[in-house]
Write a protein that binds this ligand. Structure first.
Ligand code: ADP
Ligand code: ZN
Ligand code: MG
Length: 492
């Protein structure tokens, strides 16, 4: 116990420093330097041509869309857009790289010096973006069970953005929040589908630790190719602890590249600094420099969509719903749109938000579906809300109706009709049910008479059970009060 306390105390004396390098595949129809399709999941090597398989003598032709997408992203991430930029060759040998060099950017990236604001427990934190550059993706090595490997070059030449952050991140949570926010923005912009499982958004985490209060940077390790939000957090958390314990044992962290092993939840060494590549970068001779990018940027700026932070601000002011609800709604562009459509046709903002965030998302998440898959349309939710408001059904029954709507996409009115779920508001019928319940529970009636107020709730429960939840709750309460009094007096 004492040892543990000491250890925790010492961990508290360190702070983590994290910078991320993110690769985002762009949603262009074709590759960056040729006309091959970028569609995911086709049979191996069916989306290739002499250019993207690196035949001698072929020349790259730059995809204009890729340049527009990266500028769009740079603007959304508050970057300075360079007027002049160029490509560089990054030389290395690997079977998934048929040219033996990757066309990338080096000293003149298209976007620099931006930032993203993240919110952790309500407080805002700004994370700097060092640069965003354009490059081509490599192919994919497939290590088969026999003693051979295969290469699929469908991915070779798919346009990538590499987004590099400043070492501003201080915790695993901040890192995963950053990734979430970045993904939300990329999806708002329609420049990347953000699918981490399929690898269209992947991240390398650079991690170091230092005593709290110091400003120097400790020796970092780089964890490669992390492919989920959960792993971003876990890998960084593991790495921080590993580094602190090395330092506490009097050792030194060595600069190296590590891999996250999700099966055993640890990071393992991949290669040390000594084995690091010398990429021998030099300007790409086959592509002209990019000029007048600021003119293109001005045009693109005019068409930028409303971004998450702007939408967040507007939602807070316009709909007067809690920040927490707003954050959840704007985290997904389609969800925010669904919400606004419902409010536009007369839904009360808070009620709509509640139903989306608790009921609808619960059902969708349980099937791993997104709001775009929802059979319930915004207008139908608003109809349901009206039916609760005018007491056609109770809130409880509404949930039953909602689940049916979710399964079938039918209108609530139709379902209520079909299943006879109308609320019982007729006094005579209700009194009949209430009297029956009281009659069936003589012991409870005695106890109630003796002053056990809480049995009132028991009777309400029985009435709801008897009517399958269809009794109007307010009326049932009123009438129960009257009938209990009546029976108490008459039978004592
Ligand atoms: P390298 O030359 O090794 O690629 P860079 O200076 O280009 O390193 O930085 C790569 C990434 O690592 C950036 O995201 C940066 O913020 C981050 N980084 C740099 N130094 C550190 C450090 N000491 N600790 C944590 N992250 C760091
Ligand atoms: Zn091609
Ligand atoms: Mg670097």
């Amino acid at each position: 116990m004492i040892v543990l306390k000491k250890l925790i105390g010492e961990i508290m004396n360190y702070e983590a420093v994290v910078g991320l390098e993110i690769h985002a595949q762009m949603l262009t129809d074709t590759k960056i330097f040729c006309g091959c399709s970028t569609v995911f999941g086709s049979p191996p090597n069916t989306q290739t041509c002499p250019i993207c398989i690196g035949m001698p003598g072929v020349l790259p032709v730059l995809n204009k869309k890729a340049v527009e997408f990266i500028i769009k992203t740079g603007l959304a991430l508050n970057c300075h857009i360079s007027d002049y930029s160029r490509f560089a060759r990054k030389n290395y040998f690997y079977p998934d790289l048929p040219k033996n060099y990757q066309i990338s950017q080096y000293e003149l990236p298209i976007c620099q010096k931006g930032y993203i604001d993240i919110y952790i427990e309500g407080s805002m934190k700004r994370i700097g973006i060092t640069r965003i550059h354009l490059e081509e993706d490599a192919g994919k090595n497939i290590h088969a069970t026999g003693n051979y490997s295969a290469v699929d070059l469908n991915r070779a030449g798919v346009p990538l953005m590499e987004i590099v952050t400043e070492p501003d991140i201080r915790s695993p949570k901040e890192a995963s929040e950053f990734m979430r926010k970045l993904r939300t923005i990329l999806r708002y912009l329609d420049v990347c589908d953000g699918n981490m499982e399929q690898g269209s958004l992947r991240c390398d985490a650079n991690v170091s630790v230092r005593p709290k209060g110091e400003s120097f940077l400790g020796t970092k390790t780089e964890i490669k190719n992390i492919n989920s939000f959960k792993f971003v957090e876990k890998a960084i958390e593991y790495e921080i602890k590993r580094q602190i314990s090395i330092i506490q044992d009097g050792g030194k962290v060595i600069q190296e590249t590590r891999l996250w092993d999700p099966n055993s939840s640890i990071t393992v060494s991949m290669r040390s600094k000594e084995e690091a590549h010398d990429y021998r970068y030099f300007p790409e001779p086959d592509l002209p420099p990019l000029v007048n990018l600021s003119i293109i940027a001005e045009e693109i700026k005019k068409d930028l969509p409303e971004l998450p932070d702007q939408k967040r601000q507007r939602f807070i002011e316009q709909y007067k719903i809690p920040d927490y609800d707003v954050d959840n709604l704007v985290s997904d562009k389609s969800l925010a749109k669904w919400f606004e459509e419902a409010v536009d046709v007369g839904g009360h903002p808070k009620a709509v938000a509640n139903w989306i965030l608790s009921e609808l998302l619960k059902l969708l998440n349980s099937e791993n579906k997104s709001i775009n898959d929802s059979l319930i349309k915004p207008k139908q939710l608003v109809s349901l809300l009206k039916l609760i408001e005018n007491e056609t059904i109770s809130g409880k029954i509404a949930k039953v109706v909602f689940e049916e709507m979710y399964k079938t996409g039918k209108d609530p009115e139709k379902l209520i009709e079909e299943k006879g779920l109308f609320q019982i508001k007729d006094e005579d019928s209700l009194i009949r049910v209430i009297d029956e319940v009281i009659f069936k529970n003589p012991k409870e009636l005695e106890r109630f008479k003796a002053g056990e107020e809480k049995l009132f709730g028991y009777f309400v429960g029985q009435i709801m059970k008897e009517t399958k939840g269809k009794a109007n709750p307010k009326l049932a309460n009123e009438l129960l009060r009257v009938r209990l009094k009546y029976h108490s007096q008459n039978e004592s």
